[in-house]
Design a protein. Structure first.
Length: 434
């Protein structure tokens, strides 16, 4: 089984280019099948989640053509939207974003039959809000044997929908279905993340009529059809934030290119509180740190608050600060499973309920550790790069779900990291690195 072999202790320096936003790409790729005309999407991140979703789209009859590494052409004309339509298979069950195909297919065909989603086990992420939205629009939704959701409607009619809790997935899914519904849909208490705005902008490029994305009230006036379009996905704020924290944890100096600095403000402000330097340019940020890091307090919140997807990476960095930090996770309840792995490396962290109390230590020590989910895995890579000695990280399949060419980008900054698939290869890596 593949694992990362890492020798830590080097300050990362240089430039890194950020890929397209995974979370935006998944919504946009699903939305692309809602027209029978060709859609060209640029800046698609080449990660396992997007590859799995594209394969699922192709399996149900869409034409998918890879124009280059980061550009795909999709045409949904070949999809047969009747009761034989079913999105299933072991791969699609591995990713959370399979549920976007429910909204896309229901909007286009008034029918969807999609396997229940998987993804990282970071806590309860029910899809009851999605179902509530579909039902309010006029669909009959059932969960059937075999773990599949079947939604059907005579027609979808726009309504007022209030989300009991802020949900990125439900906001996008309802927006997809409402884009082709009859009349006007209002989504209140909508999520405001940048990828919500990106999916709405993409749909509008295809001819949808969506206003208010990025605020807590989104208004969708349904149209009769969507048409082909060309669109480029925004940069990934979480990949950018991961490299920002990586620069700070290793006391490096990294220019992070192809970003939208406004999307990174919550992360930048906390790194500055810790004593790092963050310089913003038009489409890049430079992050530098040397000397002692200061502790701080973090509470994850919906955008524009501190992102839950950056909590683990920041905690791994705060564990090297001089003092006590408090990290409170208010979104998902299982997001601290990485803590026991950091403690194997010498971290002093205690979890109480949804709060981690972090007493900073001088350094990490290399260890054999295991990624429990995507962002936890990224945090362990950060810790290993900052540690004294060698580390191995197992279950890197989680990391590869959301980071494109992660090890290559780290090597480009001077980090010592390789993918190995046996103890013998790891020993050869240790001999080579020295």
């Amino acid at each position: 089984m593949e694992q990362y072999a890492i020798k830590g202790g080097k300050a990362l320096e240089g430039e890194v280019t950020i890929a397209g936003a995974k979370n935006a790409a998944l919504g946009i790729l699903a939305a692309a099948i809602m027209t029978d005309e060709k859609v060209v999407i640029e800046n698609v991140p080449d990660v396992s989640d997007t590859r799995t979703l594209l394969a699922a789209i192709q399996d149900i009859g869409a034409t998918v053509e890879h124009l280059d590494e980061h550009t795909v052409s999709i045409c949904g004309k070949g999809i047969v939207g009747d009761d034989t339509l079913s999105v299933d298979g072991k791969n699609i069950r591995k990713i959370r974003a399979s549920y976007y195909l429910i909204g896309a297919l229901l909007g286009k065909y008034n029918y969807a039959n999609v396997a229940l989603p998987g993804g990282c086990d970071i806590g309860t992420r029910p899809i009851d809000l999605h179902i509530k939205g579909f039902e309010t629009l006029g669909a009959d939704v059932k969960i059937i044997q075999g773990g599949k959701i079947v939604a059907r409607a005579e027609k979808l009619v726009g309504k007022h929908i209030y989300l009991d809790t802020v949900s990125v997935g439900a906001t996008i899914n309802i927006m997809l279905a409402a884009a082709l519904a009859e009349g006007k849909t209002t989504i209140e208490n909508a999520a405001k993340e940048p990828h919500i705005v990106d999916v709405a902008n993409f749909l509008n490029t295809m001819g949808a009529n969506i206003k208010g994305a990025g605020t807590d009230v989104i208004r969708v006036r349904g149209v009769s059809r969507l048409h082909g379009a060309e669109y480029s996905i925004i940069p990934d704020q979480i990949e950018a934030g991961t490299f920002m924290t990586m620069a700070v944890a290793t006391r490096g100096n990294v220019l992070i290119k192809n970003v939208i600095p406004k999307h990174l403000e919550a992360i930048s402000s906390k790194l500055i509180e810790m004593g790092a330097t963050v310089i913003e340019y038009d489409d890049s940020v430079r992050v530098m740190a040397d000397g002692v890091l200061k502790p701080t307090q973090i509470k994850t919140l919906p955008y524009p608050g501190f992102p839950t997807d950056m909590q683990a990476q920041m905690a791994a960095t705060l564990a090297l600060s001089d003092g006590t930090s408090i990290v409170t996770e208010s979104i998902f309840e299982n997001r601290f499973r990485y803590v026991q792995e950091l403690c194997k490396m010498g971290a002093d962290i205690r979890v109480e309920g949804n709060t981690a109390i972090i007493h900073g230590v001088e350094k990490y020590l290399g260890a054999s550790i295991v990624a429990s989910d995507l962002r936890a895995g990224a945090a362990l890579v950060i810790a290993a790069l900052a540690a004294d000695g060698f580390s191995t990280i197992d279950d890197i399949k989680f990391i590869q779900r959301g980071y494109e060419n992660f090890d290559e980008k780290i090597r480009g900054l001077g980090g010592d990291i390789e993918i190995v698939d046996s103890e013998r290869e790891f020993q050869k890596y240790k001999l080579k690195i020295g």
